[in-house]
Design a protein around this ligand. Structure first.
Ligand code: SF4
Ligand code: SF4
Length: 450
């Protein structure tokens, strides 16, 4: 090898698409994409199941082949070479086009679902088979969402194959998405029970503690509905603080949540695009706690209006709930949260908008045993940890000062520790007095001596 090969963009750091298997995978996926457009605009090709095979089947199959081609002979370790040269992964023209397509897809899903009637027809037999109910564009969306997590989860597992933490974590995320967020609600519908998501809780699934939903669950399906309300309340107010005390917010954000699941797998190629500036941190705190305050206030107002039976209160609380559903639930969480992956990184919603993350963050910062410890003497200030932190935390800043990292926003994904070439960072659960000490050290601006 030429001694300067590492500096030669033609040889070493150019993204590679050259293996025959990878090319075949890409070709199959593009054929699937083309078939999807044909079906969407002109109708089914040879019936629903064949169309589904030609669309989602080819896209997923091609993607898996591509992933397999990339992973063949891959040595253990992180392979992030060439990311800054990739238009797709570093806000180049393909990244922008992808962001526009993602955003457009979300706008169609939320407001022009009827346009997808041909694609909905394609999943009709599947919906009948597993839900015993007609398909709609939300069922189509749930299927695509789940496939995205499963296929890109495989890619993620190949990439981080050297880390048992990531293998187990990703398998768990895939399990919760497939089992709890896709199949279980479908099976409930099959038996004419309410479509309930046991892995989402208030305030993320804000309507689960709204009076209307609580009443319809308790009154209609009876015992099971009452259990659903009970489950949601216990998870929100008891399990969440207890689990976060022991494990930090990672137990939910990086192991269970579907939004986190999509970010960790489908969004992994964009994780480094999170804004690391202090101003972003300031915005983050104002916005995320602001959203938490609004949804808490809205929920309380809805219950107050129901209890007090005051007409104007009922109309204000109803309007507020509608406003929240539209601007936060649809535009922020969906259109911006996922549509902007290729521009702002994979955790825009989790970082700036999710009220569940806000609650978990408060508990994590003040009452949790979770922290990332640093062996700063080994740090070479390469900045990998900060670059690949999807929550925009400047991890290196702490490592250089040998400070433990106790941050409300950290989702405990563990990528900072995995990409560190010197083994400086370690995710730990331990006595929370260390966390309080870390916060104190930061507050006082004291740098820990060697
Ligand atoms: S600090 Fe590390 S573990 Fe926490 S969110 Fe960032 S990369 Fe993930
Ligand atoms: S990745 Fe490791 S060595 Fe590099 S700056 Fe972060 S802590 Fe230091």
């Amino acid at each position: 090898m030429h001694p300067y090969a590492i500096l030669n963009s033609d040889t070493e750091i150019k993204p590679h698409y050259n293996s025959a298997v990878e090319m075949a995978g890409l070709a199959i996926s593009f054929t699937g994409l083309l078939c999807t457009f044909v079906i969407a605009f002109f109708g089914l090709i040879g019936g629903p199941w064949i169309s589904l095979l030609l669309s989602a089947g080819l896209i997923s199959g091609g993607a898996l082949l591509y992933i397999f081609g990339q992973a063949r002979g891959m040595k253990p370790g992180i392979h992030n070479d060439g990311i800054t040269f990739s238009a797709m992964q570093f806000r180049g023209w393909t990244g922008w086009i992808t962001a526009i397509l993602f955003t457009g897809f979300y706008i169609i899903i939320y407001w022009f679902g009827d346009w997808l009637h041909n694609l909905v027809a394609m999943v009709e037999p599947m919906s009948q088979a597993i839900r015993n109910a007609p398909a709609d564009h939300w069922f189509l969306y749930g299927l695509l969402y789940t496939l995205a997590i499963l296929v890109m989860g495989v890619k993620f597992m190949y990439k981080y194959q050297h880390s048992r933490y990531h293998l187990i974590r990703t398998a768990t995320l895939m399990f919760f998405q497939l089992g709890f967020a896709f199949l279980l609600p479908a099976i409930l519908m099959f038996f004419k029970e309410p479509e309930f998501y046991f892995s989402y809780f208030w305030p993320l699934q804000f309507n689960y503690l709204f009076p209307n939903d609580v009443h319809s669950l308790v009154s209609d399906p009876g015992a099971l509905g009452t259990f659903m309300v009970f489950w949601g309340a216990v998870m929100s107010f008891i399990a969440t603080p207890v689990l976060t005390y022991f494990y930090g917010k990672r137990w939910y954000c990086s192991w269970v949540c579907g939004c986190g699941g999509l970010a960790e797998t489908f969004g992994d190629p964009y994780r480094h695009l999170s804004d690391k500036r202090l101003i972003a941190w300031k915005f983050e705190r104002w916005i995320v706690y602001g959203v938490l305050a609004i949804i808490t206030f809205t929920t309380m107002l809805l219950w107050a209006s129901l209890t007090l039976e005051i007409g104007w209160l009922s109309s204000i609380s109803g309007d507020l709930a509608e406003w929240y559903g539209f601007y936060i639930g649809a535009i922020f969480a969906g259109v911006i949260g996922v549509g902007f992956y290729p521009l702002m990184g994979s955790r825009v919603w989790c970082r700036f908008g999710c009220p569940m993350a806000a609650i978990l963050g408060i508990i994590q910062r003040f009452y949790s045993r979770f922290r990332i410890t640093t062996n700063g003497g080994q740090c070479i200030s390469c900045g990998n940890c900060s670059a690949f932190c999807e929550m925009g935390i400047d991890v290196r800043w702490y490592a250089q000062r040998q400070q433990n990292i106790v941050r409300a926003s950290c989702v405990g994904c563990g990528i900072c520790a995995s990409v560190c070439p010197r083994g400086v960072l370690k995710l730990e659960n331990g006595p929370s007095d260390i966390n309080r000490a870390a916060i104190q050290v930061r507050k006082n601006g004291i740098e820990v001596a060697e």
